[in-house]
Design a protein around this ligand. Structure first.
Ligand SMILES: *Cc1c(COP(=O)(O)O)cnc(C)c1O
Length: 234
């Protein structure tokens, strides 16, 4: 692995472009989210200097501190923060304050809570619904059966904007083993688009070990941590 963050970022973008071209997709339609949980501020600054503009965090408190430190003082910051971790209802207010895109909506009641705070802040909160495509009990995310209930709810709430779906499939050393889960998420998205006659352009799927396969299956947001920032501190 290259040792400079700027080199790792170019490497990831190169791999994303190649994967996109293999399946006739426009590489520009895919965004890399730099996953910065437990990554120190200096490394995040290095990534910003290298041109990275979207960062993903998992924990509300850690994210709030970082956002204050890193972009809070830039009044015209074009840096975008995404929430990738599970969101509890009692943290909905902070989440609305901190994140441009929340990837982990997984219940109608959380949608209501987010809408309430978005309304108070005169914000339209952009969202993805997390789907548990592998059906693992330990994983967050909605079941496929409950997906439509959440979409029905979100469509009634004026301060929420649903942009697509997200999944964290079961981990395999061989990324080809994850391909059916990525494909499943895309199919669910296609079905939902047809059912509601609406566009759900974003598919958040793929991490350091399998983002190329995810791009081949339609990912528009790949979430890459280790491959850019190295192994995380525990
Ligand atoms: C940690 C995390 C990632 C990044 O994982 P890497 O394997 O380090 O790239 C992506 N998505 C989510 C939801 C995560 O929690």
């Amino acid at each position: 692995m290259e040792d400079k963050i700027i080199d790792r970022i170019s490497y990831v973008y190169k791999k994303v472009s190649h994967a996109a071209m293999r399946v006739d997709r426009d590489p520009a339609s895919i965004k890399v989210v730099g996953v910065t949980k437990r990554v120190v501020a200096e490394k995040i600054s290095e990534a910003i200097d290298a041109g990275m503009r979207i960062f993903g965090e998992n924990y509300i408190q850690e994210a709030r501190d970082k956002i204050d430190n890193i972009t809070g003082f830039m009044s015209d910051s074009d840096i975008s923060w995404h929430l990738l971790g599970h969101l509890q209802k009692n943290k909905a207010k902070t989440a609305v304050n901190c994140f441009d895109l929340i990837h982990t909506l997984d219940s109608p009641s959380l949608a209501e809570e987010l809408n309430k705070h978005a309304e108070k802040s005169s914000k339209v909160q952009r969202l993805l619904i997390q789907v548990n495509v592998s059906g693992e009990e330990s994983k967050h995310g909605t079941t496929e059966e409950d997906l439509y209930c959440i979409i029905d709810k979100v469509r009634k709430l004026a301060n929420l904007k649903l942009e697509g779906l997200m999944a964290i499939p079961m981990f395999f050393n061989n990324p080809e083993m994850v391909r059916p889960s990525f494909r499943r998420l895309r199919e669910l998205r296609d079905k939902a688009e047809e059912r509601y006659g609406t566009e759900l352009p974003e598919l958040s799927m793929g991490m350091s070990g399998d983002y190329e396969v995810a791009v081949e299956e339609g990912a528009t947001l790949v979430r890459v941590g280790t491959a850019i920032f190295g192994t995380r501190a525990q």
